[in-house]
Design a protein around this ligand. Structure first.
Ligand SMILES: Nc1ncnc2c1ncn2[C@@H]1O[C@H](COP(=O)(O)OP(=O)(O)OP(=O)(O)O)[C@@H](O)[C@H]1O
Length: 718
């Protein structure tokens, strides 16, 4: 029974993993599986173990089994009070059997010997057996067909069963041609009614088993492919969200979406088409020799025409591939345009751009349809050629078969049986050659998805990064950073220091690099030169998720998720009690408008936060950032969209907001920086000056100029 606790189970798991050579941490597991501090249930613990590369099994056992665990130690034992302990071995001390137990919540790190009476009093009888999962620690192959194989291999028992069912099925399908042959050649000729009855009963049984096996084959296939589907989707999505921000800034959302949708097609090909054709081909082992057994000349005709069909299909391939590439390029562009239009609908409406958007859409659509048509009509030619060849083969078989019946070398029933068997041979072989076409299509899908899957993930996600508590002292030394594709650096040899707990302002003209400073601090980008340090450590040494959960960020325009106001504020800490949410809202000055809403904190925020004003959205975003009580808070033009009243509320709370943390404020409005301990003045990516308001006013031209420009009305008034 999971209870609220200090996570002893995860601590045990991390320790057991460490003893098995896997380096991880409780925070890492909590972050990856979105767990809070409560003791996890056994099911969750099993999931956590699988996540870090351990194969775990929960079993109930008696005290005496500890003596036999041997290589299976360490195991996690679940206690009656909801906590867990790690049992690292069993021993006999002074003739008394004991287990060596390590309690993660005890101050003493050593394993203590505990006897049966004391242990069983606290123990539920449940333990988690753990062993290293060989498959999980294997290096993942680069994305391609090979990437899917480990997942298919995991289901190998299922596929083996499907294979057995398929072989039995192909043997059973032989029953029909043999039945026809015997009925025509024996029963009809000799009028043997008894044989007919026996045959009919036999056929009924064969049909029954055939139905059963074919149901089993389909059911098992469906089951296996669903399991693989789930895994593929989980892993591709996990990869997507671990990509660096650069990737998303330079790729069209529509194209990324289209690329992501390719998983379904590839999976379908591998577990559907490839596997079922492979299974049908298993039948060939039976059918081809049978065909030759019935008649060698007729079998040669069938095999020759199938070969001809295969050669034709392969000859069509290169041209097919070209047309396919065109189709995908134009469809990706169409999808990209659709997403862009939906995202920019407000602007499109306000600038009355509908007609222009429609025109561009129509052009792109025409290109896509044209390319689809070209591909379709080409494929049609290929498919149309199959039919006459197939029909001619049938005519040839029947013609030659008739001659053979006339000269007595074949019976009528045998010819009919041969026809049925020949159909079983040409079917899978033609499918096989068509599959080469689909293979081309799927290769293209693989390439598209590969653009996501083979992209480097963000640096700092190895799980080995530092997770020490963050204090908030920041240092930039000679940092140089150029955005990919840009000609000049956004930051050029920028150096400054922010003391822990200080309020630090950044100002400068538009495009001077203010936001870039904060992006480097969140490790959204890495500098090409120089160092960014946090608490004296190079940012690269710190675990990325740890870093970001310790930095709160409020931007000028913040994305709110669809959900209630409470859920949005508690986004980074889903289990946060209402009092904490309310306190964060109060600090952000959001409580007064939330309480006036009919449903208060339970008010739904609609998609695109259309039911909130800009200022309200902003205050919710500030509350969201404050809820996790981050040691570093970045406010990038966070109050510039606010009306005077809301801004005044936040400014009045600024001292409270800043309390106990390093606060970085970027603002064009210098009046909001006056209270800062230090202000960085940036000019075209370089540091123009750093100092307090009064110092800068005296010596920094950029600062003084802007200050007087913004405050001329005050001077005039005085
Ligand atoms: N994702 C990006 N890709 C390429 N160049 C970028 C990117 N983001 C910013 N830049 C460029 O880097 C420079 C610095 O941009 P940054 O956003 O840091 O400026 P800023 O001082 O915050 O500007 P503003 O006050 O207008 O927000 C600008 O010249 C900008 O064009």
């Amino acid at each position: 029974m999971p209870v609220s606790g200090p996570n002893s189970a995860l601590k045990c798991l991390v320790e057991a993993a460490r003893l098995r050579g896997i380096d991880t941490s409780v925070e890492r597991i909590q972050h990856d599986l979105v767990l809070d501090d409560r003791e996890p249930s056994t099911k969750l613990l099993l999931r956590a173990a699988a996540h870090i590369g351990l194969k775990a099994r929960a079993v109930r056992m008696g005290w005496r089994h500890f003596g036999k665990l041997d290589q299976a130690f360490p195991v996690i034992a679940r206690l009656r009070n909801g906590n867990s302990v790690l049992v690292v071995g069993a021993n006999v001390v002074n003739g008394v059997p004991v287990v060596l137990m390590h309690d993660p919540l005890a101050a003493d790190a050593a394993a203590l010997p505990i006897d049966e009476a004391r242990f069983t009093e606290a123990w539920t009888g449940e333990v988690l057996l753990l062993k290293q999962d060989g498959a999980a620690t294997e290096e993942e192959p680069p994305f391609g067909f090979a990437w899917f194989f480990p997942m298919i291999r995991q289901q190998k028992r299922l596929f083996r069963d499907v294979g057995v069912a398929a072989i039995l099925l192909s043997v059973l399908t032989m029953a029909m041609p043999v039945f026809m042959q015997i009925v025509i050649d024996r029963v009809l000729v000799h009028r043997s009614i008894d044989t007919l009855h026996v045959l009919i009963v036999g056929m009924m049984l064969a049909i029954l088993f055939e139905t059963l096996f074919s149901y089993m084959r389909r059911y098992l296939m469906l089951y296996a492919s669903n399991k693989i589907d789930a895994q593929v989707s989980m892993r591709t999505f996990a990869k997507l969200v671990s990509l660096p921000i650069d990737f998303f800034e330079h790729a069209s959302t529509g194209v990324v979406t289209k690329n992501m949708q390719q998983t379904e097609r590839i999976r379908q090909f591998l577990t559907g088409q490839v596997f079922s054709v492979a299974l049908d081909c298993v039948g060939l082992i039976v059918f081809i020799p049978m065909m030759f057994l019935y008649s060698v000349p007729l079998a040669i005709i069938v095999m020759a025409s199938t070969l001809l069909l295969c050669i034709m299909m392969i000859a069509f391939l290169p041209a097919m591939k070209r047309r396919m590439n065109d189709v995908y390029a134009s469809e990706a562009s169409l999808q990209g345009y659709l997403v862009e239009t939906i995202q920019g609908m407000r602007t499109i409406k306000s600038l009355s751009l509908d007609a222009r958007q429609r025109q561009v859409w129509d052009q792109k659509l025409a290109r896509a349809i044209d390319n689809r048509f070209r591909l379709g009509s080409f494929a049609l030619v290929a498919q149309s050629l199959i039919q006459p060849i197939d029909k001619i083969t049938q005519v040839a078989v029947m013609g030659l078969g008739a001659y053979m019946i006339f000269d007595g070398s074949m019976l009528v029933g045998a010819l009919i049986a041969f026809r049925i068997i020949a159909g079983r041979v040409t079917g899978p072989l033609i499918q096989l050659s068509q599959m080469i076409q689909q293979f081309q299509e799927v290769s293209l899908s693989l390439r598209m998805l590969g653009q996501i899957m083979n992209h480097e993930v963000e640096e700092g996600r190895s799980g080995r990064g530092m997770r020490a508590p963050i204090q908030g002292e920041i240092e930039f030394s000679s940092v140089r950073f150029t955005y990919p594709g840009a000609s000049s650096p956004a930051l050029d040899r920028v150096s400054f220091t922010i003391q822990q707990g200080h309020m630090f302002g950044i100002m400068g003209r538009s495009g001077s690099g203010k936001t870039t400073v904060t992006r480097l601090l969140q490790a959204l980008h890495r500098p090409q030169d120089g160092l960014v340090k946090l608490d004296g450590h190079d940012l690269r040494e710190i675990d990325l998720d740890h870093l970001r959960t310790n930095i709160g960020v409020v931007l000028q325009d913040n994305f709110l998720f669809r959900g209630t106001i409470r859920e949005n504020i508690a986004a980074a800490k889903p289990g946060a009690p209402l009092e904490e949410v309310m306190e964060a809202a109060r600090l952000a000055g959001a409580d007064e408008f939330i309480e006036r809403l009919p449903r208060g904190f339970d008010t739904m925020i609609e998609e695109g936060s259309a039911n909130l004003s800009g200022g309200q959205r902003q205050r919710i975003a500030i509350a969201r950032a404050l809820l996790i009580n981050p040691p570093i808070l970045i406010m990038d033009e966070a109050t510039s969209a606010l009306d005077a009243e809301s801004e005044a509320i936040i400014q009045a709370n600024m001292q409270n907001i800043a309390k106990g943390r390093t606060l970085i404020i970027i603002s064009h409005r210098l009046s909001s920086l006056v209270a800062c301990d230090s202000i960085l003045v940036l000019d075209r990516g370089q540091v123009a000056d750093v100092g307090r308001h009064s110092e800068l006013l005296g010596r920094c031209d950029v600062y003084r100029h802007l200050w007087y420009k913004q405050n001329r009305h005050l001077e005039l008034a005085s």
